[in-house]
Design a protein around this ligand. Structure first.
Ligand code: SF4
Length: 261
């Protein structure tokens, strides 16, 4: 089943857990009250179009040339931009500059492509149960590949700068996705982040990581704690988090204490 189908039923996702951990009040606006965002950052349509173009390249194989991938990206990006209301570009960005950035990023990504003969699946959805939770955990692997006799989950990420060497080992998404895959197959996979920088001269780097049983136990407790807090209406603003500067619920957030009172 694909992710859009899975999303139709109540569920948990990595993004929801990450949102609660970043700011519980933002989580409430987004996932409980489904508040209309005040604006949408251009990075979201950009990221979706970039992923869609790479997914198509992964499915099609080497016969799909860079020019074809760029053309596809342009079509996806235009459609994504047109579908968004209250779009906001970052300073010094506009549609044309982002399109060129996307072309440059795709070029470096495809010049370093390493998976043509190892792809097992692309955009594969998953749904697994977490003990003690009322809803399943759903998500989608960007790509599953064969890597030296091991299964490896590949996740494409656009980033403003290169990742530090240890970042992948701390990342919650790798834990969540390895947890789900281990539940599905009984074997813990490798996880590889392919980080493509959104810089003047883009570059791509692969960061490998793995997770163990104790990471999964810790994640289960974290997930149970978040659901329990949510059921007890524990939603508060985290005003020191990195999300505040471009939060799409700023106006509503400012009235939080008034509504509470
Ligand atoms: S402005 Fe900051 S504290 Fe308020 S909801 Fe958004 S992220 Fe949370």
């Amino acid at each position: 089943m694909n992710l859009n189908e899975l999303r139709k039923e109540p569920h948990w996702s990595y993004s929801a857990f990450h949102c609660y951990l970043t700011c519980p009040l933002k989580f409430k606006f987004q996932y409980v009250e489904h508040v209309e965002p005040e604006h949408t950052c251009s990075c979201f349509p950009f990221g979706r179009a970039f992923h869609a173009a790479l997914s198509q390249r992964a499915r099609s194989g080497p016969q799909m040339k860079i020019a074809d991938v760029k053309e596809l990206f342009e079509a996806y990006f235009k459609a994504e931009i047109n579908a968004v209301e209250h779009l906001v570009y970052k300073p010094k960005e506009d549609y044309g500059s982002l399109l060129q950035t996307g072309f440059d990023m795709l070029t470096v990504c495809l010049e370093n492509w390493q998976d043509d003969f190892a792809v097992r699946s692309v955009e594969e959805g998953f749904s697994v149960e977490i003990p003690g939770l009322s809803k399943p955990l759903i998500g989608e692997y960007d790509m599953l590949v064969e890597d030296g006799g091991h299964e490896c989950i590949v996740d494409w990420k656009t980033a403003s700068a290169k990742w530090s060497p240890g970042k992948a080992h701390q990342d919650l998404q790798a834990t969540v996705f390895c947890y789900a895959r281990t539940k599905q197959t009984g074997r813990s996979p490798l996880f590889r982040f392919d980080i493509v920088t959104k810089t003047r001269t883009p570059c791509v780097e692969s960061h490998y990581t793995e997770r163990r049983e104790q990471d999964f136990q810790r994640f289960e407790l974290l997930a149970q704690t978040i659901e329990s807090a949510m059921q007890r209406d524990v939603f508060y603003p985290n005003e020191t988090c990195f999300s505040c500067s471009d939060c799409q619920f700023k106006t509503k957030c400012r009235l939080w204490h008034v509504r509470k009172g």
